[in-house]
Design a protein around this ligand. Structure first.
Ligand code: ZN
Length: 430
């Protein structure tokens, strides 16, 4: 295997395009698939019989994608090297009967998905995106990527306590976006509007999974442009780097089978048919073994030698709240990817996992940092422990340190995404 590919600022420019074009998990996996197709991967249907030939394949299921590359000479018991990530982000999602309003305002009824920083959704120009299901069962992506909605904050003159007591938002009453004016709100207005905007015939849409997004484009930020502001870095940053790393290895001669597994529903616990706590990844890995003529014994041998790097965002040290971090672990933006550790298995990393990631970073000439929570702060979690427990696969939690996690507009450094991608290439190469 030749030296891993080196990604640079071109990678960050491409990340900005990926973030902007992926306002929903369904768009994220479509954009991932498009990049993989360009690298020679082809889609396989779960309902078809699979063959065991060499090359790149991917499976799409809802807002999840699993892609893998079978190199020349792979045996049925050849182990996998997996990048795990998630495609969903906290946001406001459209309710089943969305058409509402009061006092001459048209409004869209929304539910809160995951744990967004609610204040970050106020007074932003919001678009609407997601998936429409048609009468014949087919699905269509939709993206109204212009200012369509807004959750208007109450003027300070009408809420003087906001200065002394802080902002208090009632999730039911205060977060319903407006999307225009009118007294004649009727059931079906929003879906009829989307049918018209997308050219789908009236009455054809029978199901929808729709969510709001900020229409503000990602941007370089800072004195020297050393920062990147944008939406959904948690965790499309990892999905994007994983796709780039897997695509860079296609055609290579590898001792393992590199895999990218990007799941939906991490932000609400991963328990779905497209979440990390579902059977999707295990099913794809097993079918890959069996399609190459493997037995259950081969499957067990392959899984026993497999390692998963679960990549997700983590917390960079915040200059205004440094005391919230562990005093000896202060991950910095642009300091390289982070290894995440928690002895109570909120992260799956152990000492052996650390050494796998350290070896990949050394091979890629990438510095890495370590994150551990302050003992007084509850530690977040991600798909790492779920993947380890569900499949019995050695898993290491890593990621990129950002600020403003779960805000509608997050912040990372410009170097970390390509440093992460370089470390993923080195890891996937075995
Ligand atoms: Zn995340």
């Amino acid at each position: 295997m030749s030296a891993p590919s080196r990604f640079d600022r071109g990678h960050t420019d491409d990340l900005m395009s990926f973030l902007a074009a992926s306002p929903s998990p369904y768009h994220a996996v479509a954009n991932a698939a498009e990049r993989l197709e360009k690298a020679g991967f082809r889609q396989v249907a779960e309902t078809d019989a699979w063959d065991g030939t060499t090359g790149g394949r991917y499976v799409l299921r809802g807002g999840a994608i699993v892609a893998w590359y079978v190199p020349e000479g792979a045996e049925p018991h050849t182990p996998f090297r997996i990048i795990g990530a998630h495609t969903d982000s906290p946001n406001l999602r459209v309710k089943p009967r969305p058409d509402t309003g009061a006092h001459g305002w048209r409004q869209v009824a929304v539910e809160i998905y995951g744990g967004p920083l609610l204040n970050s959704w106020l007074d932003r120009d919001l678009g609407l995106a997601g998936r429409l299901t048609l009468r014949d069962g087919s699905t269509r992506l939709v993206n109204i990527d212009r200012p369509l909605l807004r959750v208007p904050q109450l003027a300070i003159h009408l809420d003087r306590s906001v200065s002394s007591e802080g902002l208090k938002l009632d999730k039911q009453r205060h977060l319903q976006p407006i999307w225009g004016l009118g007294n004649d709100v009727r059931d079906g207005d929003l879906i009829a509007f989307l049918e018209e905007e997308t050219g789908i015939g009236a009455g054809e849409v029978t199901g929808w999974d729709l969510m709001t997004h900020s229409v503000e484009a990602p941007a370089y930020l800072g004195r020297d442009g050393e920062l990147l502001a944008g939406p959904r870095m948690d965790n499309l940053l990892s999905v994007h780097s994983g796709v780039a790393a897997l695509a860079a290895l296609a055609g290579g001669d590898l001792p393992c089978i590199p895999v990218l597994a990007a799941f939906d529903h991490e932000e609400n616990g991963s328990q779905s048919d497209t979440g990390a706590d579902g059977p999707l990844l295990g099913s794809v890995l097993e079918r890959s073994v069996f399609a190459r003529g493997g037995s259950y014994e081969d499957r067990a041998r392959a899984f026993a030698g497999t390692v998963c790097l679960s990549s997700d965002t983590g917390h960079a040290v915040h200059p205004n709240y440094a005391e919230r971090h562990d005093p000896t672990h202060h991950p910095r933006v642009n300091g390289g990817p982070i290894l995440k550790v928690n002895v109570n298995n909120r992260y799956a990393t152990d000492g052996s996992g650390r050494s796998v990631f350290a070896a990949a970073c050394e091979k890629a000439d990438v510095p890495f940092q370590t994150f551990v929570s302050n003992n007084s702060m509850p530690c977040g979690t991600t798909i790492g422990p779920i993947t380890a427990a569900r499949h019995g696969i050695m898993t290491v939690d890593i990621g990129v340190a950002i600020l403003s996690m779960h805000s509608a507009r997050e912040l990372c450094g410009v170097d970390d995404p390509h440093l992460l991608a370089n470390s993923l290439v080195a890891f996937l190469a075995g």
